[in-house]
Design a protein around this ligand. Sequence first.
Ligand SMILES: Nc1nc2c(ncn2[C@@H]2O[C@H](COP(=O)(O)OP(=O)(O)O)[C@@H](O)[C@H]2O)c(=O)[nH]1
Ligand SMILES: [Mg+2]
Length: 575
Amino acid sequence: MQVTNELYNQIRLEVGKHGKSLVDLIDYVRFTSQKETLTSVLKRLEDPFTFVIVGEVKSGKSSFINALLAPGKEICRVAPSPMTDTIQQIVYGEKEQEEFVSAFLKKIYQPIEVLREIAIVDTPGTNTIIEHHQEITERFVPMSDLIIFVFEAKNPYRMSAWDFFDFIRDDWRKKVIFVLQQKDLMNEKDLGINIDGVRQNAIKKGIHEPEIFAVSALEEIEGKLDQSGYIPLRNYIQKNITGGKAPYKKLIISVETLLNINEKLDKEMDIRRSQLDADKLFREDVQKTLDHQEKQTNEQVALLIENVVSRFDKITTRYHEMLDERLGFVNVFKKTLQSLFNKKDSLKFWLEQTMFGMESELRDGMSYKLSEGVKNISENIQFMVKTVDAKLQKNPTILSSNQEIFRELADRRASIFEELQEAFADFLHKEENFYDKELVGTDRSFAPDFAAGSGIAAIGIILTALTQGAIFDITGGILTTLGFVFAGVSIGIKRKKITQSFRQAINESREKLQLHIDDKLQQYIAGVKVKILRNFLEFDNYLLRETEDIRSIGERQKMIENQLSEVHKQLSGMI
Ligand SMILES: Nc1nc2c(ncn2[C@@H]2O[C@H](COP(=O)(O)OP(=O)(O)O)[C@@H](O)[C@H]2O)c(=O)[nH]1
Ligand SMILES: [Mg+2]
């Protein structure tokens, strides 16, 4: 019996291939709840068509099957006495073999080609023990492609067969046919009456157009093909079950189930995608805050420098004028510089005293301006850190642990995020995070005193130490430079040389002051930013991995969808 065609087998293989890709993907994301459905769909694709044969003992079931599928071969054993008190599932196997699956079920493997495409479930008589019914209905009726009720043509009215018919009537979606067997033992007229009787019974039980066939296995085996009644039966099977549209309809159902699972996966991925989107948004937000605050802080630094430098200018200009005025006498009275001072009160001594005065004024004046600016800057940096902390508390959790899938991922993400929160809170409270040893220098008396504040509260103290250091360096530098110049006063140095040197030392220091404060503060701010970002390393890695994973899953999912849709379209055109 020719069962299926090339095209069908080709499409079936293709569906199987896409289904396998879907299995891999489902395994990868651990969409466990779909695994069973998916596996059973794939298994069904490979399954041969399954015929379940039902009828009373000795109605001729086994003979009927043998004649139908492989005349001359004994697929189902025919015995003069009822042998089959078990259900026998007869399937293809490389070699003949029997396997007891349960007390009621025996699986028989036979190397008969037709079994590759049609598997038989040969049942014991419907008049044998009732427990079998359950097994048949639960295990075999759902997977069957055709249920064949076999009656002895002479008496198709025995109750047990019809009782069983009632028993499985819930599953009428399954195709059922009625066969009156051993018709060779009857005359036309009586056979006609019995056929009609079966029809009336079936209609009474709700089957509107029952398919009824009268056959003789004996005649079929004897080669009386014209009268055995098998030709219309085979035609029916080929048209409605194994051939025609039926197998494609079956395939399309499998394709739809696969598409459905694939779509479910896509829906589940939505949750994952929105979590990633939220996480990325959060991360960008943190970055923006950091960049913005850094920019703002640097503007404050510029303002601070402007203020400090203007104070520097004011003081140095005044001293410059004082120097000019005092030394100006020399020209007017054409006196030597030295003669303006008595011995004790020498020019050199006066210059030194004046410069000490300037130094202390510069330190006080600039320190005052500095502390004002530093306060703003430190508040700004603290604000930056606290804002990030606040954002960390607010980032929404979408991917929760009670998710159907991605539970593990949800846990992993949650722990990475909690770690980030904890690490950051910890980071916030450790002043050493805001204390840059290299920048402040260790040999200074300005080494920050942390007793005055802890954690980010230390920022102000550190910034003060940083900038005070710069001021001391600069003012000290002026004195050193001028000290060399003044040392030459006693050996007749000129006014011009003194004022020139003064101006030069001031200008150089002014520049240094600007650069030094700018450099130290900007470095410090950038450093804090780097340290803040270091907390995000693990989270950033997670985001990268998750982005890539979602992308690749999406790609696979989309490809499977496209391929299955393509097959679906092809199949739709065929049914
Ligand atoms: N005359 C006649 N006897 C048959 C035919 N089919 C089966 N038998 C006989 O009926 C008996 C029961 O057949 P079997 O196939 O084992 O029935 P089962 O118990 O329903 O599987 C056996 O002795 C067969 O030889 C048939 O078409 N014509
Ligand atoms: Mg039998």
